[in-house]
Ligand binder design. Structure first.
Ligand code: GAR
Length: 208
């Protein structure tokens, strides 16, 4: 069983999609070993507790320096002996040490078709505001391995979603979640748990 830890900051709808697919058997070979939040008020923590998943909360506010917070974050994650870390709406800049430690063992969901609308300043609703402002007709979501850059790691899965004339950032965000994020994030975890992909020369290739 792959021990998976999910890092969250907010509502946790992506976490819920993962939980549902583990429980229904759509994802196999996975044990949800931990949910870690940087925000004690995150509803994602309630979702985890409702399903008996161990939780930890580690807030930067409780540490004097960024370095101390990073050290505590790494120690917390290490304590759960995770094989895979899933960043599911985790709004914390990942320290390089964590990236190095979990290289090709940490994935992130981003609500656009990378390399569009990604990088610093593109998170949450802002991504959809930028997409609508630019007038793109197609957007979507991407799951990728995490490297030292922001949204630059090897791409695992992407799914496109059409933009409608009357979309607001909120309506587009919801459709990207429903049609893309909640599908490709669990699917990527299943691919990894079953050894179906590997990273080769900075790109993800299928092994089966
Ligand atoms: C999701 O839309 C996710 O793609 C986004 O935050 C939201 C979290 O929602 N992540 C980013 O923007 C990261 N750059 P959730 O808590 O309901 O899963």
């Amino acid at each position: 069983m792959l021990r998976v830890g999910v890092c969250v900051s907010g509502g946790g709808t992506n976490l819920q999609a993962i939980i549902d697919k583990v429980e229904s058997g759509a994802i196999t070979g996975v044990e949800l070993a931990a949910v870690v939040s940087n925000n004690a008020g995150a509803y994602a923590l309630t979702r985890a507790k409702n399903h008996g998943i161990p939780v930890a909360c580690i807030s930067p506010k409780d540490y004097g320096t960024r370095e101390a917070f990073h050290r505590a974050l790494i120690e917390t994650l290490d304590r759960f002996h995770l094989d895979l870390i899933v960043l599911a709406g985790f709004l914390v800049v990942i320290p390089e040490e964590l990236v190095r430690k979990y290289r090709n063992r940490m994935i992130n969901i981003h609500p656009s078709l990378i390399p569009s609308f990604c990088g610093t300043g593109n998170y949450g609703l802002a991504v959809h505001e930028h997409a609508l402002k630019r007038g793109v007709k197609v957007t979507g979501a991407t799951v990728h391995f995490v490297d030292e850059g922001t949204d630059t790691g090897p791409i695992i899965l992407q799914k496109a979603v059409s933009v409608r004339e009357d979309d607001t950032p909120e309506s587009l965000q919801l459709r990207v979640m429903e049609e893309a994020e909640w599908e490709i994030l669990p699917a990527a975890i299943d691919l990894i748990a079953n050894g179906n992909i590997r990273v080769e020369n900075g790109r993800v290739v299928r092994t089966t």
